[in-house]
Design a protein around this ligand. Structure first.
Ligand code: MN
Length: 256
């Protein structure tokens, strides 16, 4: 098995190292990740500038490649031939914040996995919900164990084509992460605020600030599940068509 590991936090992020180490017992691991943080960059295809790739290594000495492209560019580069050995599975993460509900279209972690899906490969996105008041380094170990178990299961069972798994793990010790629940996307509540300030030359600039998003605690959803301490696994697809709206819209008479 050949597993590509990437992320959206940059090649030096500790979550990437934990994920690469967790995948190693499952096969040959290649790492190709962005050279900087692309969190909340969405699904990107870089068209108007060249992409550069550099050889580097992770903190444990694992050889890695770093690109100045987005997470989805990294996956495309690898699949389109930068990495010669055919890839069986793309795993993205571990992101230090959950990717829930509508987060998935913003998420570089999730869109890297979606890029794998575009090329007909299996993709997993892994995120851990770190506590806001966490002091000291985040322990990626438990989430890495979850990633290992899900990846092993996916390699055994396969995935329906066109499906990506979005895995969100609550910040709990490994022994408390026994329950894996298949969920749907929940409702996020964004608390963004537009902040307007002036630069030293008196010109306005804007910052989208505010508090971190919360969500609606509903059973069966990604948000509800991790809030109650379960591991959430949401199957996602790139087909965003709102089938339920098609009939209504088809009956419209279009204005002249
Ligand atoms: Mn991130």
């Amino acid at each position: 098995m050949h597993i590509l590991v990437t992320n959206d936090d940059g090649v030096n992020a500790p979550g990437l190292l934990a994920l690469a180490q967790a995948m190693r017992p499952l096969g040959n691991v290649s790492v190709l990740a962005p050279d900087r943080n692309w969190s909340a960059s969405g699904h990107v295809k870089t068209l108007h500038r060249p992409l550069r790739v550099k050889e580097t290594s992770l903190a444990d000495g694992t050889p890695a490649l770093a690109s100045d492209g987005a997470p989805s560019d990294c996956v495309a580069l690898a699949i389109l031939g930068l990495i010669r050995e055919p890839i069986d599975l793309v795993v993205s993460g571990i992101n230090p914040h959950a990717n829930l509900g509508y987060d998935v279209t913003y998420s570089g972690t999730v869109t890297a996995a979606l890029e794998a899906c575009i090329w007909g490969l299996k993709g997993l996105a892994v995120s851990v919900e770190s506590p806001e008041d966490l002091r000291g380094p985040l322990d990626y170990g438990p989430a890495a164990q979850v990633a290992y178990r899900v990846a092993k299961t996916v390699l055994k069972n396969g995935l329906p084509s066109g499906i990506v798994l979005n895995i969100n793990v609550p910040y709990l010790p490994a022994e408390r992460l026994e329950e894996f629940t298949i969920t749907r996307q929940g409702l996020r509540i964004y608390r963004d605020e537009l902040i307007r300030r002036e630069d030293p030359r008196g010109r306005p600039y804007y910052w989208i600030g505010g508090d971190l998003p919360i969500g609606v605690e509903e059973d069966g959803t990604d948000y509800g599940t991790i809030t109650s301490g379960g591991v959430s696994i949401t199957p996602l697809q790139l087909d965003l068509t709102a089938y339920s709206a098609m009939k209504t819209l088809s009956d419209w008479r279009w204005e002249r």
